[in-house]
Every structure is written in structure tokens, then in C-alpha cells.
Design a protein around this ligand. Structure first.
Ligand SMILES: *Cc1c(COP(=O)(O)O)cnc(C)c1O
Length: 501
């Protein structure tokens, strides 16, 4: 299987090349030339498989320059019991008397966010790709983060031979726990830098560095090659497809659904990576009725799915779900490419308009096609607060602020549509990662005021009966190892000084 650019670049790339490069030479995103299908046999066999085995099977169809057994070696390490507990990705029925709602808990990994699923695996894929393609340069992972990617990438690449990792995070745009997690990261090859601005500033800065060919030549001459751990990297997206396949197979295996019965999937969305993975799972043959794309107050996507107009020229809001505080959802480009049957000219034009004017509008046909499958919606912080309490009262589950955005949109969709389809909620973070907002929702506004992070975490543990995850415990007593703060114009210079000295 070869990979091509969403913007029509002539060359084709193997999966390994696509993973090393991260982004196509013309600035487009890599997509597989065709989408592989899951056979009935695959699904039957998966009913007896563990997640790591399902993951290897799904990946083998996309990354066919690896064998399934090689991939299984990587997924076994990435999803080990030591790192994730016995069941890495539990699918939990929300209510014993309601067979409709299921939470896919994606946050039992080392940093308590769903991004661990991909970022524990990506380093294996990347170093193996380097070896197999004879790449001798050092790989530097360059990443902009709205909070969770940064720490998950740092944990994945920490002390991995042949790699450096630089993470840029926006000042103030991440939660206290997220920030602490990042700036206390150990490891000889890890660099964490705060950028004055919002996530989009950091992401735009990183994209600029990637597309600056003179700078890249300079780095190459110094023996360094840049790559990305953001969900623009196919090696980051592909592992996410596997857990939607797993969720469907789990429902089949436990006889909650019949073979071929469609499910809904609810995804709290920022960069559009996670929900795009669900879309790929659907294209592979997993029956899906609706993909519910849940936004917070930065509701660019919600507006897009209703009007066809993508408009980033708007006020940016900081919310209690910071990992979704995004105005440019990069992975939408991949969906547009697929939905327009690979019309790269059109996609390039839309992306050019987005870059220059900050806005583009898709045609009626493309919009209709998307609206048949996607349901958009948004919730503000007040809605999120209510939903956390509602889900807790109704089901005894404490969900984090991001997952709550999903529930909020779904609840309204459900009462409006009467759609009784079995529904899987992607639960993207542990509530402990956002404990002040979660505890304020449960105990009333102002609860967290004046309390230390540790006190709030302890209160959440007492309230919910959940154990405090190791990654969150004692965060505030760990030494701060990364203190740099820069302006967005200084990002390239920073990369140069870190890598070339
Ligand atoms: C990154 C993140 C999201 C958004 O996922 P995308 O793939 O960027 O759409 C949602 N919730 C949490 C907790 C995240 O860390």
C-alpha cells in the first residue's frame, strides 16, 4: 500500500517513508491510496483476540511494509500490562439497565489521555521505519500541543536512542496538571518550551518549520531530520483506528449487538484526528450510523458541519476542555480529500484559502455527503459542568471535561432524533487530569478555589472511589526541569539552538 498527499504531490511513499516524513513534501497530509477492508474472517478471529492483537491486524492492512508479527511485537510492548493494566482499553457499559451507552476508556496509559494509545506505539513504528529505510540521521520529533499530545509524546520518545523530542505548548492554554506533567519530564532527549500565544500559534509555528526547506536542509546537513508526532502523522492516526474496531468487536463478542448492527460513535474533537480514525474504521467495514463530532465553545467544526463554511476568523476561547481549544482542525483535510474522491486540486485550493483568508466553503454536494454521517454540536463550559454532574448522578461515572462535551452533544442529539442506536463514547482523558473543573461540577462552583492541586485530586478520589493514577500523583513535588518561555517568532531559532547548538 502506498501513501499519497492530499494536495496531489506526484510521488508515492511507502508507509515507512510516510511515518518518517510526517507531512508530505507539498505540505499536504499523507493518506493511503485506498482503504483496506476488514473481512468477515478478520472480525470472527478478532472476537478471540486481545487489543494488541486486533491493533496489529488492523495496522497490518495499512502498514504493509511491516509483517503482522512484527507489528504484534510492537503493540505487545506498547500496550503492556505494566503500562496499561490488565485491560488496556476497557469498554464499559454505562448503566446496567440501559444497553444503549458504552464508554470506551482510552486513558489507562502512562499519561492518562487517549493520545497514549498512538504515542506509545509510534516510537516503535518510527525507529523501525528508520532502520528499514536505512535512515541514519537522528530523528527530531517536533510537536505543538494543546496539552495532552505533548506529555504523551514525551513519554513515548523519552530516552529513545536516535531521537530528540521538542514540545511547544501555549502559555496558559493548558491545564495546570498538563503543564506540570510536561515540565517535570525527565530524559536526556526531551525539550519542553512554552510559547506565548494559543495552540494555533504553536501549531502554525511548527508547520512553518516543517515547510521551510532551507531550514530543513540546514538540519539535514547537521545530521538531523524533523518528524512529527501530531495527528498529522499517519503513524499517529492509524493506531487509533484499531480501538474503534476493538469497540465494535467487543460489543459483538458480548452479544450487545448483532453482526452488522450499526453503532454510533461520539468523539470530543479538536484536531479532528480521533474522529477521523473512527471514519476510517467505518470505511474498513465497521457499521456506523452516526459519527457525533462534539466541540467545545471553539465550535468551528460544529459550524462547518451545519453550513459547509470553515471559518477560523473568530474569537478564540479558553475552556475547561483545553485539549479541544483549536480553531484549525488539521485532519479535516484528510476527510475532505476522501469525501471529494481525491480531488486534490479542490482540497489544495480550500487549504490555500484557509491559510490566506482563514476561511473556505465547500460545495453543496460535499456538505450533503458529510451531513449524512456527521452530527456536529457544541457545548460551553456551563453545559459541560451540568453534564459532568448529570452523568455522575445518572450512572455513577465521573467523566472528564472533554468526554463530557461528547455526552452533552449526544444527549441533545438523542432526545432530538430518538435514535436508539447503541452508542460508543470515546472517553479521552482521566478525570484526574482536569480535577478542578470536574470537582467544581460535582461539588459546586468554587469548590476548588484556594485548594492545591493535590487536595483537589484527593477529593476527587474520595468522591469517586477511583484510585489516583501514578502519572498524576505527587506531580507538584517533582522538580521542574523545563523553564523556557519564548515568543512564536522565536520557535525556529529555538529548534536550531537545541539541535545544532
Ligand atoms: C487531543 C484531545 C482531544 C481532541 O482529539 P483530536 O484528535 O485532536 O480531535 C480530546 N480530548 C482530549 C482529552 C485530548 O487530549
Amino acid at each position: 500500500m502506498k501513501y499519497i498527499s492530499t494536495r496531489g504531490y506526484e510521488g508515492k511513499f511507502t508507509a515507512q517513508e510516510a511515518i518518517i516524513k510526517g507531512i508530505a513534501p507539498d505540505g499536504g497530509l499523507f493518506v493511503p491510496e485506498s482503504i483496506p477492508l476488514l473481512t468477515d474472517d478478520d472480525i470472527e478471529q478478532m472476537k478471540t483476540m486481545q487489543f494488541c492483537e486486533i491493533s496489529a491486524r488492523v495496522l497490518s492492512k495499512y502498514l504493509d511494509d511491516f509483517s503482522e508479527s512484527e507489528l504484534l511485537g510492537y503493540t505487545r510492548e506498547a500496550y503492556s500490562e505494566e503500562k496499561w493494566g490488565e485491560n488496556p482499553i476497557p469498554l464499559v457499559q454505562l448503566n446496567s439497565y440501559n444497553e444503549r451507552e458504552y464508554i470506551l476508556e482510552l486513558w489507562h496509559g502512562p499519561t492518562c489521555a487517549f493520545k497514549d494509545v498512538a504515542l506509545q506505539l509510534l516510537p516503535h513504528l518510527m525507529t523501525a521505519s528508520m532502520k528499514k529505510t536505512g535512515e541514519s540521521k537522528k530523528i527530531c520529533i517536533l510537536t505543538a500541543t494543546s496539552g495532552d499530545t505533548g506529555k504523551a509524546a514525551l513519554e513515548g520518545f523519552k530516552d529513545l536512542p536516535g531521537t530528540e523530542i521538542i514540545v511547544f505548548y501555549p502559555t496558559g492554554g493548558v491545564s495546570e496538571a498538563q503543564k506540570l506533567q510536561m515540565i517535570t519530564t525527565t530524559g536526556d532527549n526531551t525539550h519542553v518550551v512554552a510559547v506565548n500565544g494559543c495552540f494555533d500559534d504553536a501549531q502554525t509555528g511548527v508547520k512553518k518549520i516543517f515547510s521551510d526547506s532551507a531550514f530543513n536542509d540546514e538540519l539535514n546537513a547537521g545530521g538531523i531530520k524533523l518528524s512529527s508526532a501530531n495527528s498529522i502523522n499517519w503513524g499517529r492516526l492509524a493506531p487509533q483506528i484499531a480501538y474503534y474496531v476493538y469497540a465494535y468487536v467487543e460489543l459483538l463478542r458480548t452479544e450487545k449487538i448483532a453482526k452488522g448492527e450499526a453503532i454510533n460513535i461520539v468523539v470530543p474533537t479538536g484536531n479532528f484526528g480521533n474522529i477521523l480514525a473512527a471514519w476510517f474504521a467505518k470505511q474498513m467495514g465497521i457499521p456506523v450510523r452516526k459519527l457525533i463530532c462534539a466541540s467545545n465553545k471553539n465550535k468551528v467544526l460544529c459550524d462547518f458541519f451545519s453550513s459547509g463554511k470553515y471559518d477560523r476568523n473568530r474569537e478564540f476561547f479558553k475552556t475547561t476542555s483545553p485539549s479541544m481549544d483549536i480553531l484549525i482542525s488539521s485532519n479535516l483535510e484528510r476527510l475532505l480529500f476522501e469525501i471529494t474522491d481525491g480531488d486534490f486540486k479542490q482540497v489544495s485550493e480550500w487549504m490555500r484559502e484557509l491559510n490566506t483568508e482563514g476561511v473556505y466553503k465547500v460545495d453543496e454536494k460535499t456538505l450533503k455527503k458529510m451531513q449524512m454521517l456527521f452530527v456536529g454540536g457544541f457545548a460551553d463550559d456551563t453545559g459541560v459542568t451540568k453534564t459532568i454532574l448529570d452523568v455522575y448522578d445518572r450512572t455513577d461515572n465521573v467523566v472528564d471535561t472533554h468526554t463530557a462535551v461528547g455526552f452533552n452533544i449526544y444527549n441533545r442529539y438523542h432526545s432530538r432524533s430518538g435514535d436508539e442506536t447503541k452508542t460508543v463514547f470515546a472517553s479521552t482523558a482521566s478525570p484526574f487530569k482536569f480535577s478542578p473543573a470536574v470537582m467544581d461540577a460535582i461539588r459546586g462552583e468554587g469548590f476548588s478555589e484556594g485548594k492545591s492541586n493535590d487536595e483537589i485530586i484527593k477529593a476527587l478520589s474520595d468522591e469517586s472511589g477511583l484510585e489516583i493514577p501514578a502519572a498524576i500523583k505527587d506531580l507538584s513535588s517533582k522538580p521542574v526541569l523545563h523553564k523556557d518561555v519564548i515568543d512564536k517568532e522565536q520557535m525556529q531559532e529555538k529548534v536550531r539552538s537545541i539541535l545544532l547548538g
